[in-house]
Design a binder for this molecule. Structure first.
Ligand code: UT7
Length: 383
């Protein structure tokens, strides 16, 4: 029985709610086991499993990037939502491993999808990024400024790892998860969120670039982490922010059917579960198969929780992320997906296929036109 402290969940004065209507994930095919890891750095399968709960992770091929993985996850999310890319108003990609500083990964994905009416930007909040991005999208929807958004968490952590540092490289993996979030007049969806950061801990977990003022002994474009400090921070903020966000939503922690946390370390989840006096089965965990995929870990875990029927209509769930910044973020969602019209779904599936085909050709023709223009420019008389 759900205990709303003030009788009902938060009511939106304008009657617009933001509900998740589609989800998808994509991970590289290549599975790297702990034993393979022990051929790279001095470690063992037993140590990694015992200290983290991780058994294996996915590693991107040369042809894959945060953009390509995010695109694949986005296509699946649009299929589930049963909408066309032109229905999207906004694309936000949470990532710390973009292909470029700019253009944004969101712009690449927008182009590949043919989401020609959508704005797009990348959001940098490390492992908390997906919850930040989902909150930004939900706020825009609830204010009435947009109707439909695509929110992606996508990472290729393998590209920024220091493969000589056994205390970090064993933890991370690559992958992407995406959700479509849409305006609805049905109460529910994203109910509350708490976004926080504490820049005093900015030197505990970082990827310095060439522009960093000082790097100490740290390598440029390689991640470093003071693991035990971050561990202590995580176990402090996860339960605190879950308490705050459930209170804002007008429910109690016990009302949460499932908590989908950032997948950093199984021991962090065990500590938080103990503090909150919850059974471990209330926490979604799949880090044994993917490791820590930073901003992608929450949407990937959410997708698998849905596939495994761990979330039903009207259930209250929480997402909670924490990481570099230091940053952390928690959110309560009342789950509720509109009924699927099978006939319309089949029709839209055909429309999407034709649309992607058209978009692919249009992109090739545009690029080709541009190179022909550039080539013929040389022979045109100068004005
Ligand atoms: O996504 C962002 C958020 N990230 C996190 O939340 C990560 C939080 N931190 C952690 O999960 C843990 O701190 C780690 C898994 C990173 C490290 O576990 P720990 O139990 O805190 O280990 P430690 O750093 O205190 O190191 C203990 C020992 C050390 O040896 P000595 O000095 O005691 O002789 C390390 O050198 O374990 C050693 N060690 C390893 N041994 C075998 C560190 N890494 C490894 C390794 N294999 N891969």
């Amino acid at each position: 029985m759900v205990t709303h402290k003030n009788g009902t969940p938060p009511i939106q004065p304008n009657g617009i709610y933001a509900r998740i209507v589609g989800w998808g994930m994509a991970v590289p095919d290549y599975v790297m086991t702990n034993d393979e890891m022990s051929a790279i750095v001095e470690t063992t399968d037993a140590w990694i499993q015992e200290r983290t709960g991780i058994k294996e992770r996915r590693i991107a091929s040369d042809k894959e990037s945060s953009a390509t993985l995010g695109y694949r996850a986005a296509r699946r999310a649009l299929d589930v939502a049963n909408i066309l890319p032109i229905d999207l108003d906004l694309i936000i990609v949470a990532t710390s491993t973009p292909e470029h500083i700019f253009p944004a990964t969101a712009s690449l994905i927008q182009d590949w999808l043919g989401a020609s009416r959508a704005g797009g930007f990348d959001l940098s909040a490390a492992c908390s990024g997906f919850v930040y991005a989902l909150d930004m999208a939900a706020q825009s929807i609830r204010s009435g400024s947009i109707r439909t958004a695509l929110v992606i968490g996508s990472e290729t952590m393998s590209r920024v790892l220091d493969w000589t540092d056994r205390s970090t490289c064993i933890l991370f993996g690559d992958g992407a998860g995406a959700v479509v979030i849409q305006a609805s007049d049905q109460p529910g969806g994203v109910l509350s969120s708490v976004l926080r950061s504490d820049g005093a801990g900015c030197d505990l977990l970082a990827i310095p670039t060439e522009n960093a003022r000082e790097n100490g002994e740290h390598k440029v474009n390689r991640m470093y982490m003071a693991g035990s400090e971050v561990f202590k921070f995580a176990t402090r903020v996860v339960d605190e922010s879950l308490r705050q966000t459930t209170e804002k939503a007008g429910i109690s922690i016990e009302d949460l059917k499932l908590i989908v946390p950032h997948q950093a370390n199984q021991r962090i989840l065990a500590t938080v579960a103990k503090k909150l006096r919850l059974d471990m089965d209330r926490f979604m965990s799949n880090m044994d198969r993917y490791g820590n995929t930073s901003a992608a870990s929450i949407p990937i875990a959410l997708c698998e929780a849905i596939e495994q029927n761990k979330i039903q209509q009207n259930d209250y769930i929480a997402l909670v992320g924490f990481g570099g910044g230091l940053s952390w973020a928690a959110m309560v969602i009342q789950w509720g997906v509109p009924q699927r019209d099978e006939q319309r779904s089949r029709l839209n599936e055909q429309r999407r296929k034709a649309f992607y085909w058209f978009v692919w050709w249009r992109r090739r023709v545009l690029r080709w036109q541009r190179s022909v223009n550039n080539f013929t420019k040389r022979f045109r008389p100068k004005q």
